[in-house]
Write a protein that binds this ligand. Structure first.
Ligand code: ATP
Length: 819
């Protein structure tokens, strides 16, 4: 038996609540059980540790059978989980989820702050906002005496490892606690509050931190848990305000959370197309910021804009560190510009609500990593903070991250704003530049005449969230630089029909929030008549082309690039900006629309799951789009807690289905009596020609007998989503501006060629890809090597392996191995 089997692990949430904390608790509890640990949750953050348990355990332990196998999670070596079934349920998760801590049956959490939980106690938690285990700001834990009692309470329960999910304060507390631990143990021992054995067994504390904070203010991680959901809430509010602002031609000043960090304010400003933003990291000049703001807003009004949105971060400052309040901004706009101005402080609405897809997936991956880190921890290793960098889950020394975070506030207080910006990740600066580029109207174009271009913008393939936001950003940038942006409506068919119009700065104003494709899109490739397409390029004298779309846009770019040999009109810079809900463009990890689609899927699955639980034990087979790419099905399964996922990459076979039925039967057999459990199965629509959604649903229904029933739901085009998600909107702006910089560079290089007919180099026809957080250009010729042209997807998928993770998180290997 491994030592790790003995690890007794507790998880707590602390500081301000944030969406995604429940996903952390769920993932930590599940992973720890799979790894053979015993698991506790601590209610009310550190306060719960200090209060401990004054009442005895009263758990109803429904399953005491032994069994289980050795599962694998993401290739990591897992320890025997002989106690898996034993750990299925303690029944206390239900009490927590009730929100009462009390139960008519007599079970109660009164006087119990450190509660043993099992696998099923955290079922379905991650669709809930906030934290079900409670959080607090504990004064007692700030004192040594409080921490001494906390240590005693943990030792009493036998707990030797702690997962803390909270902000920088909570993580500082965690580090203090660990550093003090040996001293606390020896004091408890000397005072005979613990036995000799306890003192020896608990000589070291293992601790790991995860950042739960809506502000996204922690250094050394790209995204904190809860920040994406908070951004969703903010954008929903602003989107709603937009319509009333437009109707009455009003100005709105919106105050959003963020004491030392303007992330939420900035991302919201870019996502919603605000007119002005005030954030602490980039304070405006104290002497003339009001003039600058009024000038900018007046220039928008002068060209006919009816609404004005100014976003103010809670901690906004001017360059002399004087706070800028939303009321002050309102007075300036009312008095100087005569605008009918209202203030809306979003307050706590920003924290709440159901977590978005990203706040389910990332906390799950981070929770798994947290348990891994604890299992690998030694007395000499530092306490780690789990974060996200370059789309990868990371471990960094906890105190380094806290120290760096504090340096931002310090830099601001010392008026070293350059340093404050540099301590944020590079994306933050790029987003700020993106905001300026898309919100400021210049009196004169920035580029000299000879560098100005006629830029064609086209949507190709199916619509995807973010296409319009990208187009808006391109148009705004073009106007600023002096280029002429042309919309080619309805793809290559529209081009041949002369469906081409110049777009204006104001004309695209409302586009960020619009789903679908404002330009109209078409799946036809340019080879419908390449010669005629070239003639149109020549007729309109296009100097550059940006195609926003999926695999068709990639294929089109390839055809155009190859056509350069025959048609000089294609010797211009040409860009493909991936936008498709299928996320099937090779090499890029995320295409525009994939996040919107995942959120649409999660919303639908939450509703379906509710119905599945309410009706009777029902398995819903949910069919998704995605072409021959299983991305949306797999990530959707991870984000919705589905128990089975079918993808085209893996296909569907009879043996697989036999095991699926076996799994479902056993799983339903283990459910608590009288409890209706709904379960989800997600199937990509082209996973198999034979085992269709209908066949699988009928098979489950037939085989489920008295245990479970089955129904199907096809999400179809709903997955294109309505309003694009904030992530897709901000990503659209970032990638569009990079695309413009790319074509400007290549255009200038072409101008330098002395020959009469210009020859564009192959690298000037390229796809903009996200690989990690770095954005990389891939020439279309190189991209071909990475593409599976027949199946219209990449040869390698970065999310390969996540299917196993979906199965691990429902304990499929253990349940199937049970005799
Ligand atoms: P948010 O970002 O939402 O404010 P936070 O974790 O930073 O979250 P804090 O109130 O700073 O919130 O900290 C939460 C709790 O962590 C405190 O109430 C306290 O119990 C504990 N804590 C914070 N700092 C320390 C410290 N230096 N020593 C011991 N405990 C601490």
């Amino acid at each position: 038996m491994s030592n790790n089997k003995k690890l007794k692990l507790a998880v707590l949430t602390s500081g301000g609540d944030s969406a995604g904390m429940n996903a952390v608790v769920r993932a930590v509890v599940k992973t720890a059980i799979i790894k053979g640990c015993e698991t506790w949750i601590v209610r009310e953050g550190y306060e719960g540790l200090v209060r401990g348990n004054t009442e005895g355990h009263r758990h109803t332990h429904t399953h005491a059978e032994k069994g289980g196998a050795s599962p694998r999670l993401k290739g990591a070596e897992f320890h025997e989980a002989e106690s898996f079934i034993h750990n299925l349920r303690y029944g206390d998760g239900e009490l927590l989820k009730d929100g009462t801590g009390d139960h008519p049956g007599g079970r109660t959490l009164k006087g119990r702050y450190i509660v043993r939980v099992g696998w099923d106690d955290v079922r379905g938690w991650f669709s809930e906002g906030g934290t079900l285990i409670g959080t607090a700001r504990s004064v007692a834990f700030r004192t040594r005496e409080g921490r001494l009692t906390a240590a005693q309470n943990m030792i009493k329960e036998g707990i030797d490892a702690l997962v803390v999910c909270g902000g920088d304060g909570s993580l500082t507390g965690a580090d203090v606690f660990r550093a003090e631990w040996p001293g606390l143990v020896s004091e408890l021992h000397n005072e005979k509050r613990i036995t000799d054995e306890q003192a020896t067994a608990h000589a070291h504390l293992k601790i790991v931190g995860l950042v739960g904070s809506i502000d996204n203010d922690m250094s050394m991680t790209d995204l904190t848990i809860g920040a994406p959901t908070a951004l969703h809430r903010i954008c929903e509010s602003i989107d709603n305000i937009n319509s009333t602002a437009y109707s009455h031609s009003r100005a709105f000043v919106l105050e959003v959370m963020g004491r030392h960090c303007g992330w939420l304010a900035l991302m919201a400003a870019v996502s919603c197309g605000a007119d002005f933003v005030l954030i602490p990291e980039n304070p405006p000049d104290a002497d003339n910021w009001a003039d600058e703001m009024c000038q900018s807003i007046q220039s928008h009004r002068d060209i006919g804009k009816r609404k004005t949105i100014v976003i103010v971060a809670e901690g906004a400052l001017d360059s002399k560190l004087q706070p800028i309040h939303s009321e002050q901004v309102k007075e300036i706009l009312s008095e100087r510009l005569g605008l009918d101005t209202r203030v809306t402080t979003l307050g706590h609405t920003q924290r709440g609500g159901r977590p978005c897809a990203m706040d389910r997936i990332l906390p799950t991956l981070q929770g798994i990593e947290a348990v891994e880190a604890l299992l690998e921890s030694t007395p000499d290793s530092p306490s780690y903070m789990i974060g996200v960098r370059e789309n990868k889950i990371t471990r960094v020394p906890l105190m380094d991250a806290v120290k760096m975070t504090r340096e931002v506030a310090q830099a601001i207080s010392e008026k070293n704003f350059e340093k404050a910006m540099s301590l944020r990740d590079p994306e933050f600066r790029e987003t700020l530049e993106g905001f300026f580029a898309t919100s400021r109207l210049e009196s004169e174009p920035k580029l000299p005449h000879h560098l100005r271009m006629r830029v064609a913008i086209m949507h190709v393939g199916a619509p995807a969230g973010g296409m319009n936001a990208a187009t808006r950003a391109i148009v705004r940038y073009c106007v600023r630089q002096g280029h002429k942006p042309f919309a080619v409506h309805n793809g290559f068919v529209g081009l041949l029909e002369d469906n081409v119009h110049q777009l204006s700065w104001l004309g695209v104003d409302n586009w960020p929030t619009r789903g679908g494709s404002e330009l109209g899109t078409n799946r036809k490739l340019p080879d419908i008549d390449l010669g005629a397409v070239a003639a149109k390029f020549q007729q309109y004298n296009f100097h550059a082309l940006i195609m926003i779309g999926g695999f068709e846009a990639f294929s089109s770019l390839l055809i155009l690039e190859q056509g350069r040999k025959y048609y000089p009109a294609f010797n211009i810079p040409m860009v493909h900006l991936p936008a498709t809900i299928s996320n099937n463009v090779p090499l890029t990890e995320f295409s525009l629309g994939s996040d919107t689609s995942l959120n649409a899927l999660v919303d639908a699955c939450d509703a379906i799951k509710q119905s599945a639980s309410a009706s009777r034990n029902r398995v819903f087979v949910v069919e998704t789009q995605g072409g021959k790419c299983g991305y949306i099905a797999t990530m959707g399964a991870l984000a919705s807690g589905a128990c089975i996922v079918y993808t085209p990459e893996r296909g569907i076979g009879l043996d697989m289905l036999r095991n699926d039925v076996k799994f479902l039967k056993r799983r339903y057999g283990l459910d608590a009596k009288g409890k209706n459990e709904g379960r989800l199965v997600i199937r990509n629509e082209v996973s198999s020609d034979v085992y269709t959604t209908d066949v699988i649903t009928k098979m489950f229904k037939e085989e489920g007998g008295s245990l479970f029933d089955s129904r199907s739901a096809s999400l179809g085009h709903t997955l294109q989503g309505g309003i694009p998600s904030p992530t897709d909107r901000t990503r659209a702006v970032r990638l569009s501006l990079k695309s413009m910089a790319f074509i400007e560079k290549h255009h200038e290089q072409l101008l330098k060629q002395q020959t009469r007919s210009k020859q564009a180099p192959p690298e000037s026809a390229a796809i903009i890809t996200i690989q990690g957080t770095s954005v990389q250009w891939v020439p279309v010729q190189d991209m071909v090597q990475h593409a599976d042209m027949k199946n219209r997807r990449g040869k390698k998928a970065w999310w390969d392996g996540y299917q196993e993770l979906v199965e691990a998180l429902v304990a499929r290997p253990q349940i199937l191995a049970k005799g």
